[in-house]
Every structure is written in C-alpha cells, then in structure tokens.
Design a protein around this ligand. Structure first.
Ligand SMILES: [Zn+2]
Length: 273
C-alpha cells in the first residue's frame, strides 16, 4: 500500500516558513498529503509549482508567506491527524524518499521566491519551465542555484579523527570541518584550504567519498576523507569553539544521521574509509 503511494497521485509539499504540512498515518508515522487532501483542508492553489523529483514523478510545492494564508496555523489545534513539522525534523519521521522529495520541493520554492526579478536589469522574470526563468528584456536565464560546500573527515593514523564544533552548529555535538567552495577552486583545493584556515593543519591524500543534497536552503555537500600530515591545531576562533583529535574509543556526541557528516563518521567507525 505504502509503496503504491509513491507511484500514484501527486503530493502537495506545502510549507509555512520552514514547516512542512504532514498527515498522520496509522501508528506514529507521517507522510506528505495528496493534492486533493490539501484542497479539502481549505488551502487555495495560488503559487503552487510543479516539482519533478528524481524518480520522474511530478508533485507540487507551495509556500505560504503569511499566517492569513494558512488558516490551520491560526487555529489553536490542527484538525486531528495533521501536523506541521520542520524539514530537518521530517528526516526522522518521513520515509527517506519522501524527505528527499521534500528537500527538492523546498529548494525549488526558495529559488522561485528569489528569482522574481532579473538580477542583471531588474525586469520581472518569466517562467520557461519547471527549472528555468528568463528575463524578457535582456534574456538572462535563471536556474535553481546550488551552493557547493565541502566536508572532510581528517584521519590521524587509523584510530583518530579530527572533530570540531563550529559556532553555527545547531547543538552541542562535534562534527567535521566544512566550508563553501570559492570561485576558481577545485574541490580538493577547497578541502585543503578549509582545513588549514580552520585548524592550521596540513593534510594529504584527499579522496572523495559521497555527496548529499542539503536543502538549507539550497546546497550540495561534497564529502571527503583525508590524512593528517603535520601541524599543531590553531583554531580559527571566529568559526570554531573547539577542534581536537579524538580516539575511536572515546568519541564525543557526533552529528545526527540526517547529515553527511554522520555518514562519513559512521564509515570511519566501520573502518570503511
Ligand atoms: Zn534582464
């Protein structure tokens, strides 16, 4: 039954701020509602966008900007069986495929709201297709932007890894060095630069491991592993509050499973990277 749900019927990924409208299924699991179910709740269709997801199915995405557009928010309680849930938190309660679809919907909505006018000449843009807008005056084309960032697990020998706590982390856990790709850089140059800037360490043997779409609001995280070579940790204090090597037998709190940081750390714990 649930498998068929993925194949039949358009879903409506309806966001208010960062919260996604979900319906409760039997038991405690949640899913994203069908378009007709959202209509039945009384939401208008204005601003709905087509979103084609990776498996080729088409769904719709809609962003509410004002509480008046979201009658359910103004009620003391949602109708029984409905719930708003943050996109990050939805990772824990939605089927993985649906979480990934919601991430794409969120990125398309972000792009749509940030591409209403041509950045070159200021004219209102026209929608050409689901992922293209064009300026009717100067013909500049705008596609959903993707900010590329690297994240790297630095090993020291086989039993130690570098963990940091960045000031922008949402929580007390310790994670991996990460940062945005700059113009003119290769991914490997970005990895080496970020590690040097944030910790003062020299690394080598930078190897690609995995990547992850990161829809907060619109990024791609590219994950690497690298070997420590030399240097003492000199922390970049504006960005980090701690940075140290940890032995695999004494790991601190690590990131949640929603992030590629955790995937890289889990691979290292299993001695696969
Ligand atoms: Zn223009």
């Amino acid at each position: 039954m649930e498998q068929n749900d993925f194949e039949h019927g358009k879903r409506c990924f309806l966001f208010y701020k960062e919260n996604l409208l979900c319906k409760l299924l039997e038991g405690k699991s949640l899913d994203v509602p069908l378009v007709e179910e959202v209509n039945a709740l009384g939401f208008g269709a204005e601003g709905r966008l087509d979103v084609v997801v990776q498996d080729g199915t088409q769904h719709v995405a809609q962003q509410l900007y004002h509480p008046l557009e979201a009658p359910l928010i103004n009620q003391p309680t949602l109708p029984s069986g409905w719930q708003w849930i943050g996109l990050r938190a939805s990772f824990d309660v939605l089927p993985l495929q649906r979480y990934l679809q919601a991430g794409k919907a969120s990125q398309i909505l972000y792009w749509d709201s940030h591409s209403r006018f041509c950045p070159a000449c200021g004219t209102a843009t026209e929608q050409i297709n689901a992922i293209t807008k064009r300026c009717p005056r100067c013909h500049y084309e705008i596609y959903p932007p993707i900010a590329t960032a690297i994240i790297v697990l630095v090993k020291r020998g086989e039993d130690e890894l570098l963990l940091v706590h960045a000031r922008n982390f949402r929580g007390s856990f310790k994670g991996l060095v990460a940062g945005f790709l700059e113009a003119g850089e290769t991914l490997e140059q970005c990895v080496a630069r970020e590690v040097m800037e944030e910790t003062g360490l020299q690394i080598a043997h930078i190897r690609y491991v995995d990547s992850q779409s990161w829809p907060y609001p619109s990024g791609l995280m590219v994950g690497f592993v690298a070997d420590y070579v030399s240097g003492e940790i000199k922390m970049q204090e504006e960005e980090l509050s701690t940075a140290a090597f940890y032995h695999r037998d004494h790991l601190p709190e690590i990131p949640r499973k929603v992030s590629i940081a955790r995937r890289l750390i889990d691979l290292w714990i299993e001695r696969k990277i």
